[in-house]
Design a protein around this ligand. Sequence first.
Ligand code: FES
Length: 160
Amino acid sequence: MTQTNTPPDTAPSDAAPADWTPRIVAFVCNWCTYAGADLAGTSRLQYAANVRIIKLPCTGRIDPMFILKAFEQGADAVLVSGCHPGDCHYTSGNYHARRRWGLFRQLLEFTGIDPQRLFFSWVSAAEGQKFADLINQVTDEVRQAGPFDPTNPARKQPWT
Ligand code: FES
């Protein structure tokens, strides 16, 4: 008797494949969250390996197209993280990012993407544990939400 990976006919069409794991793209600022992620690594903290980090000079550099492109390329969630308020190395970049946050969420709604798949957090260079906890929390929430748009052909592209 042969076994297949085909789900039973009764499975809902949007059910996650058995081998699915969340894909999270994290846009992080170079000075705080990236250093916090580095600290998590050098401290050998364990956290979910579901995140791909893209370093920005500052969260003020985040662009709505970066977020949409990440989803188009197969991300199940996007995280933006940078310096705490008052700690931005470019004075107010994180305030600019925070101000645009509502617009990002409206844009996602407009394009049919659940805004709950977009996360934002402040993580400093000294908060390696917070970074690890954040990644675990986001991974858990995305796992609950399931894969993003499984009918999107872009999801079939290899994760690189
Ligand atoms: Fe980190 Fe601006 S330098 S948010």
